[in-house]
Design a protein around this ligand. Structure first.
Ligand code: ATP
Ligand code: MG
Length: 259
């Protein structure tokens, strides 16, 4: 399996809110990692360690201070016009909160059609077919298209968000805490859906979570972040069985169901 994404010595800083006194916040500090085609790579670590910032750098929502991000070998910050246009189709993000990530004033059919309108030249008929196909794949009925987000439960809304993410057939999905806003019973359904979709569509997933039980179930490899640094990385089996760093052991100890 080749690398889909290579992150090399990535550093991302935020300006301190207090410009006079504060030093810059180093949210991601010299991180290097690779995500292979077809794998689920999980990032774990406590709140504020830089997981979302790393995801934002990959989706170009923040600009790194230094380092490189290569997607299929190509530096994402040095793309040609055409590559820039294509990139949002290749890399899509699922957010934590399905309530705020769906426009409440749009019907589901329009929410799913929007990315196709922006990024493709498909005919109206093909767009409609793509919408019905993706709804079926995420376990929703066709008549959803005429309803609004508030008419759905949280779990169903996350299914809609996942459908919107997948409709452009991206190569990489970044899921940043995709289930932590959901009830426990619904979490399992969404995690299983992601697992099924990954297998069916041979997706590559960057999965961000502080829930190690979910990571153990879903991920092939795991990276542990601590204060902006990637301090340990291993296959899922090995990281749980043979954690090397003290911090990783502490993190595992704080996930009680595993022990
Ligand atoms: N827009 C911003 N401006 C200034 N500092 C920020 C900004 N966004 C994040 N930070 C800081 O950068 C660091 C990393 O934040 P980040 O959101 O990447 O962490 P995280 O691992 O995703 O945390 P969580 O698990 O709570 O989502 C934190 O210290 C945070 O306070
Ligand atoms: Mg975060």
């Amino acid at each position: 399996m080749g690398n889909l994404l290579e992150i090399k010595n990535l550093t991302v800083e935020y300006n301190s809110l207090n410009k006079e006194k504060g030093a810059a916040v180093v949210a991601v500090n010299n991180v290097s990692l690779e995500i292979r085609e077809g794998e689920t790579y999980a990032l774990a670590g406590e709140s504020g360690c830089g997981k979302s910032t790393l995801a934002k750098a990959i989706t170009k929502l923040v600009t790194p201070k230094s380092g490189e991000i290569l997607f299929l070998g190509q530096d994402i910050f040095k793309q040609t016009k055409q590559e820039k246009k294509n990139y949002p189709k290749e890399v899509q993000m699922v957010f934590q909160n399905p309530y705020s990530s769906l426009n409440p004033k749009m019907k589901i059919g329009d929410i799913l059609k929007e990315p196709l309108d922006i990024n493709t030249d498909l005919s109206a008929k093909k767009k409609k077919n793509a919408i019905f196909e993706i709804l079926q794949e995420v376990g929703l009925q066709e008549n959803c298209i005429d309803l609004y987000p508030h008419e759905f439960s949280g779990g169903q809304r996350q299914r809609i968000a996942i459908a919107r993410t997948l409709i452009l057939k991206p190569k990489l999905i970044i899921a940043d805490e995709p289930v932590s806003a959901l009830d426990a019973s619904i979490q399992a359904q969404i995690i299983n859906l992601l697992k099924d979709l990954k297998r069916q569509k041979k997706l590559t997933i960057l999965f961000i979570s502080h829930d190690l039980n979910v990571i153990r179930y879903l991920a092939d490899r795991v990276g542990i972040m601590y204060f902006g640094k990637l301090i340990e990385e291993n296959t899922t089996g090995n990281i749980f069985m043979y954690p090397k760093e003290e911090y990783t052991k502490t993190l595992l100890d704080s996930a009680p169901i595993l022990h």
